[in-house]
Design a protein around this ligand. Structure first.
Ligand SMILES: [Fe+2]
Length: 330
């Protein structure tokens, strides 16, 4: 396979799933390979026309023409989703292990596929999808733990792409990379749990109405109460999916706790907050400050660091922050 073809530079949003049809990102498919399942194009009349039959080579010219015209999404049927997840996981595993692929290309491939995986997990938060997502994220976690150069490239990629599912992808990347520095790559155990915890830390937001999540103005007290439920809802969803470990639990449920006890849901203080959760909190704050959001313009990395610097006593862990800076030095 040719990882050059796995790219991640655009921000066009995928169409929503409908009537058992799910959009898949054409750019996460290897144009030199075979189709993982039957792939369809959607016409203007909302009909689905076969694009590539399962296990047969894809038409590279047609594929490139679609991408060239900004048509990035094909469709698969609901029943084929396990095949598609397995394909993403296997593709990522082979890219990550390929000695002839550069760290930069590996980083681009995993960044694109991670967003695709998380998009599915958030749009269809059913237990089988969440379990598949955890498996498919694993090659990314292993890449960050084992390849410092790829980690640097991933950190750079987080600065360029702010599409819908990028927040969770980026927080996952920052958090695994920071955990690697904090604990040391050799001491970092339970990478499956860390992947589930860091990349799916906000899974509980699936249960927050979209109008509240995207509300540009100030939230009411009632709306805040709904938002504050997402750490515990996330824990419940991981548990229902059968992938809740102690590591994933503390990350999901404690990632909004603050050093001074003013966080939620339990108002834990300082060292009572697990280091994994403090790592996730720091990555989350940085990502929120530097991402384009509907309600503010993004801060530069330098400005974000200045803002975070003022939050040591109330919110963030100073020692972790100093380690975090290492991710941004050449
Ligand atoms: Fe959150």
């Amino acid at each position: 396979m040719d990882p050059k073809n796995l790219v991640s530079e655009n921000t066009t949003l995928p169409p929503p799933p409908s009537d058992g049809w799910f959009p898949v990102d054409l750019r996460c498919l290897d144009p030199e390979g075979t189709s993982p399942c039957d792939l369809y194009r959607r016409t203007r009349e909302n009909e689905h026309v076969l694009f590539a039959r399962k296990m047969l080579p894809m038409d590279r010219q047609v594929r490139n023409r679609l991408v060239g015209n900004g048509l990035y999404y094909l469709f698969i049927q609901d029943a084929d989703s396990p095949l598609y997840f397995d394909y993403l996981k296997n593709t990522l595993t082979s890219v990550v292990r390929d000695p002839n692929t550069t760290s930069k290309k590996k980083a681009e491939a995993v960044h694109a596929s991670c967003q695709e995986i998380l998009r599915w997990a958030f749009e269809e938060p059913r237990a089988p999808f969440i379990r598949k997502a955890q498996e498919a994220i694993l090659p990314t976690v292993q890449l960050i733990v084992s390849d410092d150069s790829a980690t640097k490239h991933l950190v750079r990629l987080t600065a360029y792409d702010h599409s819908t599912y990028t927040h969770s992808t980026n927080v996952g990347i920052f958090a695994v990379a920071l955990a690697k520095i904090f604990y040391g790559a050799g001491a970092l155990k339970q990478v499956e749990s860390l992947g589930a915890g860091f990349f799916l830390h906000d899974l509980g937001k699936c249960r927050v109405p979209i109008e509240i999540l995207n509300k540009p103005g100030k939230l009411t007290e009632q709306e805040w109460r709904v938002i504050r439920r997402h750490p515990e809802d996330g824990q419940t969803m991981l548990q229902e999916s059968g992938i809740l470990t102690e590591e994933a639990r503390v990350i999901a449920v404690q990632h909004h706790e603050k050093a001074d006890g003013n966080g939620y849901p339990h108002g834990l203080k300082g060292d009572d907050i697990h280091p994994y959760a403090r790592i996730c909190r720091l990555a989350d704050v940085y990502e929120a400050l530097t991402a384009d959001r509907s309600y503010h313009n993004r801060h530069s990395t330098f400005d974000a660091f200045k803002i975070m610097h003022k939050q040591f006593d109330t919110d963030l862990d100073r020692k972790l922050f100093e380690l975090f800076l290492q991710l941004f030095t050449a």
